[in-house]
Design a protein around this ligand. Sequence first.
Ligand SMILES: NC(=O)c1ccc[n+]([C@@H]2O[C@H](COP(=O)([O-])OP(=O)(O)OC[C@H]3O[C@@H](n4cnc5c(N)ncnc54)[C@H](OP(=O)(O)O)[C@@H]3O)[C@@H](O)[C@H]2O)c1
Length: 281
Amino acid sequence: MIYKNIAGIKVPSVGTGTWEMGGRNTPDYSKDSHWVNIIQKAISLGMGHIDTAEIYGGGHAEELTGLAIRDFRRNDLFITSKVWHTNLKKSDVLRAAERSLSRLGTGYFDLYLIHFPNPSVPVEETIEAMNFLADQKLTRLIGVSNFEKPLLKKAIRASSYPIAANQIEYGLLSRNKGVYTQNAENEIIPYCRENNISIIAWRPLGKDNFGKLASNPFILSLSKKYQKTPAQIALNWVVSNDNVLTIPKTGSFEHLFDNALSTDFELSKTDRDILNKTFTQ
Ligand SMILES: NC(=O)c1ccc[n+]([C@@H]2O[C@H](COP(=O)([O-])OP(=O)(O)OC[C@H]3O[C@@H](n4cnc5c(N)ncnc54)[C@H](OP(=O)(O)O)[C@@H]3O)[C@@H](O)[C@H]2O)c1
C-alpha cells in the first residue's frame, strides 16, 4: 500500500468508504456482522483510512465503524467523519461531533469534515466550530467536502488551523463533471495542491456506473497488460495524482483484496495519457 501525507499524517492512499453500510439515511441492522467483518478485513489489509459520516445509516455506519475498530490500536487508524449540512451552526456542529464520537467510541477524529456547504450558514461560523474542536483536541485535522474553489478560499481565510483535506467526487468517470463539484481536475485539485490540501476522492469507481469502466476496451487491455482488475486500474489512476487519496466502498471480500492491491504497480505515462484521452468527463 502506498501511503500519502495529509497535513503531516501518514495515511493509506486507498482507504474504505462506509456509505450504505448499515443503511442509507436510516439504520439497517440486518447485516451488522458482515459490515463489521468487512471494515476489520479492510484494516487488516492496510486500508485503515476509514471514511464515515453522521448521515450514513442515520449514524449506524459510525456505530459499525466503532465496533470494528475496537480490536485495533487507535493510533494505527485514520478515522474521518463528517457533519451534515443541516448542522453547520456552531452549537449544532459541536453537538453533532459529540454524538459522532460517542457512536464511534473514540475520543477523537483524525479528520472531521464539513460534509456539504450550506449557503444559509456563513462558512466562517462553521469554521469557528471546527477550530474549537481542534483546540479541544477532539479532532486532529479539519477539512471540507464538496467545496469548490471560491468557498474553499473563504474557509482557508476563516480558519486558524490548516484545511487539511477537501473530499470531492473524482475518478475516471468524473474528472471535471461531478454531481456537486465542477472542474475537480482543472481547478480544485491544482488549487488544493498549491495550498497543501489533500484531495480525498469519493466515488472513485463510479459506483453504479462501474460497468462503464469494467467493459471499456482500453481498460480491459490494461487489465491484461498489468494483470490487474479494471477496479485496480481505475483506483491506481486516481491515486497516481500527487495529492489525491481515495476511499472506495465494497461489501465484497474479493473486491476488498483487489482494492488493497491497487497501488503496488505503476501505470506508464503513456497508458495514463491514453486513459485521459479515453475518459474526458
Ligand atoms: N463526501 C461525500 O459527499 C461523499 C459522497 C459519496 C460517497 N462518499 C464516500 O466515498 C465512498 C466511496 O464512494 P461510493 O461508495 O459512492 O462509490 P465507489 O466506491 O466508487 O463505488 C462503490 C461500488 O463499487 C463496487 N466496487 C468496489 N470495489 C470494487 C472492485 N474491486 N471491483 C468491482 N467493484 C467494486 C462496489 O460493489 P461491491 O460491494 O459489489 O464490491 C460498490 O457498488 C463512500 O462509501 C463514502 O464513504 C462521500
